[in-house]
Write a protein that binds this ligand. Structure first.
Ligand SMILES: CC(C)(COP(=O)(O)OP(=O)(O)OC[C@H]1O[C@@H](n2cnc3c(N)ncnc32)[C@H](O)[C@@H]1OP(=O)(O)O)[C@@H](O)C(=O)NCCC(=O)NCCS
Length: 284
C-alpha cells in the first residue's frame, strides 16, 4: 500500500490530535484547527487505507515567507520514507505559491529530513518550563490588549519579524491572554499565552527592550490564586538576552530544537533579538 497525501480538514482533527499526542506534543485541537482555518490548502494528511498516519502543515506569513510544522508520522509507520514524502509534498505546495523562504524548528528526529532538503541551521531553540507552583501574582506596568492597541501591535510585529502575521495574530488573540506594554505613549511590546494539552504556552513575545520582554513574560507567567497551577512553556532562542534571567529564575530547558531555514536571506528570518518567545514550534 502506498501513502496517499490529501488535504487535512476539520474532519481529521481527532486523527491529527492522535498523532501529536502520541509524539508527546503539547498541541490541542484548537492549534490544529487554527492551521487548517488559516491555511485550508496547505495542511496535509498522509493516508494508509482509511487511516491518517502522517501530517505536515505550512503557514504563510507573506508572499515569500512560510513556516513548516506538524511533521508527524505514526510510530508504527516510521522509517518507511513517509516523513520524507510529507516534506516533499509541503515543499511542492510552497513552490506552487512562490514561497521562497521556509523556516521550521527541528527535533533531532526531524533534522536529517530537512538537511537533505536544503535547510540550514540558524539558531538553537530552548523550550523552557515554568513550574505551576512558581507562578505567583505579578503586577507590572502591563495592560490587557484593547482594540485601539492593534495597529501598534501589528506595526511592532512587522518591524521586528519583517513579515505580516496579522491574520495569524488576530486569530491567536481570540484564543489567548494578550498583554501589551507602552512606553512614551507607544506600544513597545506584546505577549500571548494560550492553553495547551500538558501545559499552557507563552508566545509570541516581541518587545523593543529586554526589560519589556522580561516584564511581559513575568506577567504572562503569573497567576492569581484562583487559577489552576498549570506549568507554562515558552520557546526561546538559545542566545536570548534573557537566557541568564531564565536560568536565575529556574525556568529550565526541557527540549532543545534547531531553527532551520531554506531559501534566500537565510540569516534574516525569524531569529531576532527582540523575539523573547516564539509563537510555537509549528508557527515560528
Ligand atoms: C521525524 C519523523 C516525521 C520522520 O518520519 P519517518 O517517516 O520515520 O521518516 P523517513 O522514513 O522519511 O526517514 C527520514 C530519514 O531518516 C532516516 N531514518 C528513518 N528512521 C530511522 C531510524 N530508525 N534510524 C536511523 N535513521 C532513520 C531515513 O533513512 C531517512 O533518511 P533518508 O531519506 O536519507 O533515507 C518521525 O520520526 C516522527 O514523527 N517523529 C516524532 C515527531 C517529530 O519529531 N517530528 C519532526 C518535527 S521537526
Amino acid at each position: 500500500m502506498m501513502l496517499e497525501i490529501a488535504k487535512l480538514t476539520a474532519r481529521d482533527l481527532p486523527a491529527a490530535m492522535h498523532l501529536s499526542t502520541q509524539a508527546g506534543w503539547n498541541q490541542i485541537e484548537a492549534d490544529w484547527a487554527r492551521l487548517i482555518d488559516l491555511e485550508p490548502d496547505h495542511c496535509l494528511a498522509g493516508w494508509m487505507g482509511c487511516r491518517i498516519v502522517a501530517t505536515a502543515t505550512l503557514i504563510r506569513y507573506s508572499s515569500r515567507m512560510g513556516w513548516v510544522g506538524m511533521v508527524l508520522v505514526d510510530t508504527e509507520y516510521r522509517g518507511r520514507g513517509f516523513g520524507g514524502q510529507m516534506m516533499d509534498a509541503v515543499l511542492e505546495l510552497a513552490d506552487q505559491s512562490n514561497v521562497a523562504v521556509l523556516g521550521l524548528d527541528a527535533t533531532d528526529a526531524g533534522r536529517p529530513l530537512y538537511v537533505k532538503r536544503g535547510f540550514v541551521d540558524i539558531a538553537g531553540i530552548n523550550r523552557r518550563v515554568i513550574a505551576g507552583e512558581d507562578r505567583t501574582d505579578f503586577t507590572g506596568c502591563d495592560i490587557a490588549l484593547r482594540e485601539q492597541n492593534w495597529a501598534g501591535l501589528l506595526a511592532l510585529d512587522r518591524e521586528v519579524l519583517r513579515v505580516d502575521r496579522s491574520a495569524f495574530l488576530k486569530r491567536l488573540a481570540g484564543e489567548s491572554v494578550v498583554r501589551v506594554i507602552h512606553g512614551n505613549e507607544r506600544l513597545i511590546g506584546f505577549g500571548f499565552r494560550r492553553h495547551g494539552r500538558l501545559a499552557d504556552q507563552i508566545g509570541p513575545v516581541v518587545a523593543e527592550s529586554v526589560d519589556a520582554g522580561r516584564m511581559l513574560i513575568q506577567s504572562l507567567a503569573s497567576r492569581q490564586e484562583s487559577e489552576p497551577a498549570r506549568n507554562v512553556l515558552l520557546d526561546t532562542f538559545r542566545d536570548s538576552a534573557l537566557s541568564e534571567w531564565f536560568e536565575s529564575m529556574k525556568f529550565p530547558t526541557i527540549r532543545r530544537l534547531m531553527r532551520m531555514i531554506r531559501g534566500e536571506n537565510c540569516a534574516e528570518s525569524m531569529s531576532r533579538p527582540n523575539v523573547f518567545a516564539a509563537a510555537g514550534l509549528e508557527l515560528g
